[in-house]
Design a protein. Structure first.
Length: 293
Protein backbone atom coordinates (compact mmCIF):
# COMPACT_ATOMS: atom_id res chain seq x y z
CA UNK A 1 0.00 0.00 0.00
CA UNK A 2 1.08 3.58 -0.51
CA UNK A 3 2.30 4.95 2.82
CA UNK A 4 0.11 7.68 4.29
CA UNK A 5 0.91 9.59 7.47
CA UNK A 6 -2.32 9.30 9.43
CA UNK A 7 -0.74 10.89 12.52
CA UNK A 8 -0.20 14.32 10.98
CA UNK A 9 -3.06 16.82 10.74
CA UNK A 10 -0.83 18.92 8.47
CA UNK A 11 -0.37 16.00 6.09
CA UNK A 12 -4.08 15.16 6.12
CA UNK A 13 -5.07 18.78 5.52
CA UNK A 14 -2.59 19.10 2.64
CA UNK A 15 -3.87 15.89 1.07
CA UNK A 16 -7.46 17.08 1.29
CA UNK A 17 -6.57 20.44 -0.25
CA UNK A 18 -4.51 18.87 -3.04
CA UNK A 19 -7.44 16.63 -3.92
CA UNK A 20 -10.03 19.42 -3.66
CA UNK A 21 -11.78 17.70 -0.77
CA UNK A 22 -13.67 19.24 2.10
CA UNK A 23 -14.75 17.73 5.41
CA UNK A 24 -18.41 16.74 5.38
CA UNK A 25 -19.94 17.55 8.77
CA UNK A 26 -23.11 15.64 7.87
CA UNK A 27 -21.06 12.43 7.66
CA UNK A 28 -19.49 12.98 11.10
CA UNK A 29 -15.96 12.99 9.73
CA UNK A 30 -13.04 13.20 12.16
CA UNK A 31 -9.64 11.55 11.70
CA UNK A 32 -8.13 9.52 14.55
CA UNK A 33 -4.54 10.80 14.54
CA UNK A 34 -3.26 8.79 17.52
CA UNK A 35 -1.51 5.67 16.25
CA UNK A 36 -1.50 3.95 19.65
CA UNK A 37 -5.28 4.43 19.93
CA UNK A 38 -5.80 3.01 16.44
CA UNK A 39 -3.72 -0.06 17.24
CA UNK A 40 -5.57 -0.54 20.51
CA UNK A 41 -8.91 -0.46 18.65
CA UNK A 42 -7.67 -2.93 16.04
CA UNK A 43 -6.45 -5.28 18.77
CA UNK A 44 -10.05 -5.65 19.99
CA UNK A 45 -10.68 -7.90 16.99
CA UNK A 46 -8.87 -11.29 16.99
CA UNK A 47 -7.80 -10.98 13.36
CA UNK A 48 -5.66 -13.46 11.49
CA UNK A 49 -4.81 -14.13 7.86
CA UNK A 50 -8.04 -14.51 5.89
CA UNK A 51 -10.34 -12.92 8.50
CA UNK A 52 -13.28 -11.08 6.96
CA UNK A 53 -13.76 -7.49 8.13
CA UNK A 54 -16.48 -5.05 7.21
CA UNK A 55 -15.58 -1.45 7.98
CA UNK A 56 -18.17 1.33 7.91
CA UNK A 57 -16.90 4.83 7.10
CA UNK A 58 -13.14 4.21 6.57
CA UNK A 59 -12.37 7.81 5.58
CA UNK A 60 -8.78 7.78 4.33
CA UNK A 61 -8.20 4.27 5.68
CA UNK A 62 -6.29 4.67 8.95
CA UNK A 63 -8.01 1.60 10.45
CA UNK A 64 -8.27 -0.16 7.10
CA UNK A 65 -4.48 -0.18 6.94
CA UNK A 66 -4.21 -2.02 10.27
CA UNK A 67 -6.83 -4.62 9.31
CA UNK A 68 -5.00 -5.30 6.05
CA UNK A 69 -1.64 -5.55 7.83
CA UNK A 70 -3.19 -8.24 10.07
CA UNK A 71 -3.94 -10.26 6.93
CA UNK A 72 -7.69 -9.64 6.85
CA UNK A 73 -9.85 -9.40 3.75
CA UNK A 74 -11.60 -6.06 4.10
CA UNK A 75 -14.77 -4.61 2.61
CA UNK A 76 -15.25 -0.92 3.35
CA UNK A 77 -18.51 0.98 3.03
CA UNK A 78 -17.91 4.61 2.09
CA UNK A 79 -20.40 7.26 0.98
CA UNK A 80 -18.05 10.20 0.37
CA UNK A 81 -16.90 10.31 -3.27
CA UNK A 82 -13.66 12.10 -2.36
CA UNK A 83 -12.72 9.43 0.16
CA UNK A 84 -13.60 6.68 -2.29
CA UNK A 85 -11.23 8.19 -4.86
CA UNK A 86 -8.52 8.55 -2.19
CA UNK A 87 -8.90 4.96 -0.96
CA UNK A 88 -8.48 3.73 -4.53
CA UNK A 89 -5.22 5.68 -4.73
CA UNK A 90 -3.81 4.76 -1.31
CA UNK A 91 -4.79 1.07 -1.48
CA UNK A 92 -4.42 0.45 -5.23
CA UNK A 93 -2.35 -2.69 -4.70
CA UNK A 94 -4.74 -4.20 -2.16
CA UNK A 95 -7.72 -3.51 -4.40
CA UNK A 96 -5.91 -5.13 -7.31
CA UNK A 97 -5.08 -8.30 -5.34
CA UNK A 98 -8.60 -8.52 -3.92
CA UNK A 99 -7.79 -8.06 -0.23
CA UNK A 100 -9.73 -4.77 -0.20
CA UNK A 101 -13.13 -4.14 -1.77
CA UNK A 102 -14.92 -0.79 -1.68
CA UNK A 103 -18.71 -0.73 -1.47
CA UNK A 104 -19.61 2.74 -2.69
CA UNK A 105 -22.65 4.56 -1.34
CA UNK A 106 -24.85 4.50 1.75
CA UNK A 107 -24.16 1.47 3.95
CA UNK A 108 -27.79 1.53 5.10
CA UNK A 109 -28.81 0.79 1.52
CA UNK A 110 -25.91 -1.49 0.56
CA UNK A 111 -25.22 -3.85 3.43
CA UNK A 112 -28.10 -6.30 2.87
CA UNK A 113 -27.17 -6.78 -0.77
CA UNK A 114 -23.53 -7.47 0.11
CA UNK A 115 -24.49 -9.76 2.99
CA UNK A 116 -26.74 -11.84 0.73
CA UNK A 117 -23.77 -12.61 -1.54
CA UNK A 118 -21.76 -14.23 1.27
CA UNK A 119 -21.54 -17.95 1.95
CA UNK A 120 -23.11 -19.26 5.15
CA UNK A 121 -19.67 -19.78 6.66
CA UNK A 122 -18.66 -16.19 5.84
CA UNK A 123 -21.85 -14.83 7.40
CA UNK A 124 -20.96 -16.50 10.70
CA UNK A 125 -17.47 -15.03 10.76
CA UNK A 126 -17.69 -11.35 9.81
CA UNK A 127 -16.00 -8.83 12.06
CA UNK A 128 -17.52 -5.35 11.95
CA UNK A 129 -15.74 -2.08 12.67
CA UNK A 130 -16.40 1.61 12.33
CA UNK A 131 -15.91 5.13 13.64
CA UNK A 132 -19.60 5.97 13.56
CA UNK A 133 -21.76 9.02 14.15
CA UNK A 134 -24.71 8.26 16.43
CA UNK A 135 -27.45 8.36 13.79
CA UNK A 136 -25.66 5.84 11.60
CA UNK A 137 -24.74 3.53 14.50
CA UNK A 138 -28.29 3.36 15.85
CA UNK A 139 -29.99 2.98 12.49
CA UNK A 140 -27.50 0.45 11.16
CA UNK A 141 -27.65 -1.77 14.23
CA UNK A 142 -31.45 -1.58 14.26
CA UNK A 143 -31.54 -2.69 10.62
CA UNK A 144 -29.37 -5.74 11.37
CA UNK A 145 -31.46 -6.66 14.43
CA UNK A 146 -34.60 -6.49 12.28
CA UNK A 147 -33.02 -9.12 10.04
CA UNK A 148 -31.96 -11.19 13.07
CA UNK A 149 -28.34 -10.84 12.01
CA UNK A 150 -25.42 -10.61 14.42
CA UNK A 151 -21.80 -10.17 13.41
CA UNK A 152 -19.16 -12.32 15.10
CA UNK A 153 -17.66 -9.35 16.92
CA UNK A 154 -17.96 -5.59 16.46
CA UNK A 155 -15.76 -2.71 17.51
CA UNK A 156 -17.27 0.76 17.24
CA UNK A 157 -15.77 4.10 18.16
CA UNK A 158 -18.64 6.44 18.92
CA UNK A 159 -19.40 9.52 20.98
CA UNK A 160 -18.98 8.85 24.70
CA UNK A 161 -22.69 9.28 25.46
CA UNK A 162 -23.60 6.87 22.65
CA UNK A 163 -21.22 4.23 23.99
CA UNK A 164 -22.79 4.62 27.42
CA UNK A 165 -26.24 4.08 25.92
CA UNK A 166 -25.05 0.99 24.09
CA UNK A 167 -23.93 -0.79 27.25
CA UNK A 168 -26.53 0.61 29.69
CA UNK A 169 -28.60 -1.85 31.73
CA UNK A 170 -32.31 -1.66 32.69
CA UNK A 171 -33.16 1.26 35.01
CA UNK A 172 -29.82 3.00 34.29
CA UNK A 173 -30.19 6.68 33.38
CA UNK A 174 -28.64 6.01 29.93
CA UNK A 175 -30.82 2.98 29.17
CA UNK A 176 -32.62 3.50 25.85
CA UNK A 177 -34.11 1.76 22.85
CA UNK A 178 -30.58 1.60 21.45
CA UNK A 179 -29.40 -0.24 24.59
CA UNK A 180 -32.10 -2.88 24.12
CA UNK A 181 -31.38 -3.39 20.43
CA UNK A 182 -27.68 -3.91 21.10
CA UNK A 183 -28.15 -6.22 24.09
CA UNK A 184 -30.52 -8.64 22.37
CA UNK A 185 -27.79 -10.10 20.15
CA UNK A 186 -24.59 -8.85 21.78
CA UNK A 187 -22.72 -8.67 25.04
CA UNK A 188 -21.71 -5.00 24.99
CA UNK A 189 -18.70 -3.59 26.82
CA UNK A 190 -16.99 -0.22 26.72
CA UNK A 191 -13.26 -0.70 26.37
CA UNK A 192 -11.64 2.74 26.68
CA UNK A 193 -12.17 6.46 26.23
CA UNK A 194 -10.51 8.55 23.53
CA UNK A 195 -10.26 12.28 24.21
CA UNK A 196 -10.90 15.03 21.63
CA UNK A 197 -7.16 15.76 21.24
CA UNK A 198 -6.73 12.39 19.53
CA UNK A 199 -8.85 13.50 16.56
CA UNK A 200 -8.57 16.04 13.77
CA UNK A 201 -10.58 18.15 13.40
CA UNK A 202 -10.90 18.18 17.17
CA UNK A 203 -14.49 17.30 18.17
CA UNK A 204 -16.33 18.90 21.08
CA UNK A 205 -16.88 15.61 22.89
CA UNK A 206 -14.92 12.54 23.92
CA UNK A 207 -15.35 9.20 22.23
CA UNK A 208 -15.36 5.66 23.54
CA UNK A 209 -14.58 2.36 21.89
CA UNK A 210 -17.23 -0.29 22.46
CA UNK A 211 -16.93 -4.00 21.73
CA UNK A 212 -20.00 -6.06 20.90
CA UNK A 213 -19.50 -9.81 21.26
CA UNK A 214 -22.11 -12.00 19.60
CA UNK A 215 -24.36 -13.94 22.00
CA UNK A 216 -24.59 -17.56 20.91
CA UNK A 217 -28.12 -18.15 22.20
CA UNK A 218 -30.04 -14.85 22.12
CA UNK A 219 -33.64 -14.68 23.40
CA UNK A 220 -36.18 -15.84 20.83
CA UNK A 221 -38.37 -13.15 19.33
CA UNK A 222 -40.10 -11.86 16.22
CA UNK A 223 -37.21 -9.61 15.04
CA UNK A 224 -39.12 -6.93 13.11
CA UNK A 225 -41.86 -6.77 15.72
CA UNK A 226 -39.22 -6.70 18.46
CA UNK A 227 -37.67 -3.54 16.99
CA UNK A 228 -41.08 -1.96 16.47
CA UNK A 229 -42.09 -2.79 20.05
CA UNK A 230 -38.88 -1.37 21.51
CA UNK A 231 -39.30 1.93 19.70
CA UNK A 232 -42.99 2.15 20.60
CA UNK A 233 -42.46 1.55 24.32
CA UNK A 234 -39.61 4.06 24.48
CA UNK A 235 -41.50 6.67 22.43
CA UNK A 236 -42.76 8.39 25.58
CA UNK A 237 -40.34 7.44 28.33
CA UNK A 238 -42.43 8.75 31.21
CA UNK A 239 -45.52 6.82 30.16
CA UNK A 240 -46.13 3.29 31.34
CA UNK A 241 -45.96 0.23 29.11
CA UNK A 242 -49.74 0.05 29.40
CA UNK A 243 -50.13 3.41 27.67
CA UNK A 244 -47.41 3.00 25.05
CA UNK A 245 -48.35 -0.47 23.82
CA UNK A 246 -51.97 0.30 22.97
CA UNK A 247 -51.14 1.44 19.44
CA UNK A 248 -49.61 -1.95 18.60
CA UNK A 249 -52.52 -4.08 19.80
CA UNK A 250 -55.44 -5.22 17.64
CA UNK A 251 -58.61 -3.08 18.00
CA UNK A 252 -60.70 -3.69 21.13
CA UNK A 253 -57.87 -5.55 22.87
CA UNK A 254 -57.71 -5.04 26.63
CA UNK A 255 -54.12 -3.83 26.99
CA UNK A 256 -53.94 -4.46 30.73
CA UNK A 257 -55.25 -8.01 30.38
CA UNK A 258 -52.83 -8.69 27.52
CA UNK A 259 -49.81 -7.51 29.53
CA UNK A 260 -50.85 -9.41 32.62
CA UNK A 261 -51.28 -12.61 30.62
CA UNK A 262 -47.89 -12.01 28.95
CA UNK A 263 -46.30 -11.80 32.40
CA UNK A 264 -45.45 -8.08 32.19
CA UNK A 265 -46.44 -5.63 34.90
CA UNK A 266 -48.55 -2.92 33.15
CA UNK A 267 -47.33 -0.12 35.45
CA UNK A 268 -43.68 -0.56 34.48
CA UNK A 269 -41.92 1.71 32.02
CA UNK A 270 -39.78 0.68 29.05
CA UNK A 271 -36.60 1.53 30.97
CA UNK A 272 -37.43 -1.27 33.45
CA UNK A 273 -37.49 -4.05 30.84
CA UNK A 274 -34.50 -6.11 29.69
CA UNK A 275 -33.93 -7.31 26.12
CA UNK A 276 -35.25 -10.71 27.26
CA UNK A 277 -38.43 -9.05 28.53
CA UNK A 278 -38.93 -7.25 25.22
CA UNK A 279 -38.29 -10.47 23.29
CA UNK A 280 -40.87 -12.38 25.34
CA UNK A 281 -43.39 -9.57 24.96
CA UNK A 282 -42.83 -9.48 21.19
CA UNK A 283 -43.67 -13.19 21.00
CA UNK A 284 -46.91 -12.66 22.93
CA UNK A 285 -47.75 -9.65 20.75
CA UNK A 286 -47.10 -11.63 17.58
CA UNK A 287 -49.45 -14.36 18.79
CA UNK A 288 -52.33 -12.04 19.59
CA UNK A 289 -51.94 -10.18 16.26
CA UNK A 290 -52.02 -13.47 14.33
CA UNK A 291 -55.07 -14.66 16.24
CA UNK A 292 -56.85 -11.38 15.58
CA UNK A 293 -56.12 -11.66 11.86
Amino acid sequence: MNHFDYNSPVNIKSFLEENSMAMQKKFGQNFLINEAARKRIASCLPLEKGSLVWEVGPGLGCMTELFLEAGACVRVFEIDKGFIKSLKKIFAQEIENGSLVISEGDVLKNWKKEYALLSEDQKKNIFLAGNLPYNIAATFIASTIEENIAFKKCVFTVQKEVAERMCAKPSDKNYSAFSVLCSRLYDVKTEFEIGPANFWPRPNVSSKTSVLQKIENPPECEPKLFVKLVHALFSSRRKTILNNIKGLLPPDTDAKAFLTEAGTEPSLRAENLSAEDFASLSMALSKIIKNAG
